[in-house]
Design a protein. Sequence first.
Length: 338
Amino acid sequence: MPHSDPHTLPRPTQRIALLAFPGIRAFDVSVITEVWGTDRTDRGVPAFDLRRIAEDPRPVPMRGGLTLTPDRTLTWLTRLAPATDLLVVPGLDDHLTPAPEPVLESLRRAHARGVTIAALCGGAFTLAQAGLLDGRRAITHWNLVDLLRAHHPLVTVEPDALFIEDDNIWTAAGTAAGIDLCLHLVRRTHGAETAATIARSMVTAPFRTGTQAQFIEHPTPRADRDADALTSVRAYAFQHLHEPLTVAGLAARAGMSSRSFARHFTAATGTTPLRWLLDQRMAAAQKLLERTDLPMPEVARRAGFGSEVTMRQHFASRLATSPRSYRASFAQRPFTPF
């Protein structure tokens, strides 16, 4: 019997359930459908099994005269074996819209059975209604933070993150952060290259770093000039990740002092220059591990970590795995010159 390379064995189709009930936002439904409901197998993206779940088979009304026709009912979620790997809850048009009790009970049962649950934007209110966020950390749109705190005081509401996880429950901030979370959930299951392929087809960034703070302040002409300088510096850094990069050197390139550069960089991106550099180097290393057979020391050098030991330490702290294990899980292509 021929030997099979475990790296080339097909992965099981991931099952995703979109939970629908009156009041959900059409935009979030579209994001979920675009990420997991579009066939991109011709570009190397695995096939997903997306199901639209509702209390009964009737079309679910949404704002603007739109409706969503479910293809499964809640009973599909209550089978003896988990029917889905990931349950996604869209945000709400009215953030205090009470979800039907059968919907809330289905969420409780799914979480108790170990299903990963993700809520986009105001979908955190639905999870809070189900009691799933009591005593846990959660995030929602920055303009809804106080409302979530007021109506669900047992929830630890984080004000700044784009998305966070607590006990296998994911919540995301505003509209675009819902896209960020969906792509992140793809990335953690299928690897950075799959997420990047989906992001490219959506003409969006594969991942963004930082917090909501970068979107709250209103720009001024001076802020626009600073933003242009910071954009140029980030582009330079991205093209030179393999070189030693310092905050002082990047600040000089932006024409700022190190302290001013760090302050403006954090205001613009929601993260520090060093944290941003680490994020970019992690992404570069993941891509190299997925797409090439380069030796580990060379991957570390090209990604800017300097040594395999340093790269291994960052993989352990950020991804709870090693570069070799990451390659074993996500390598999808034979070697191609990089």
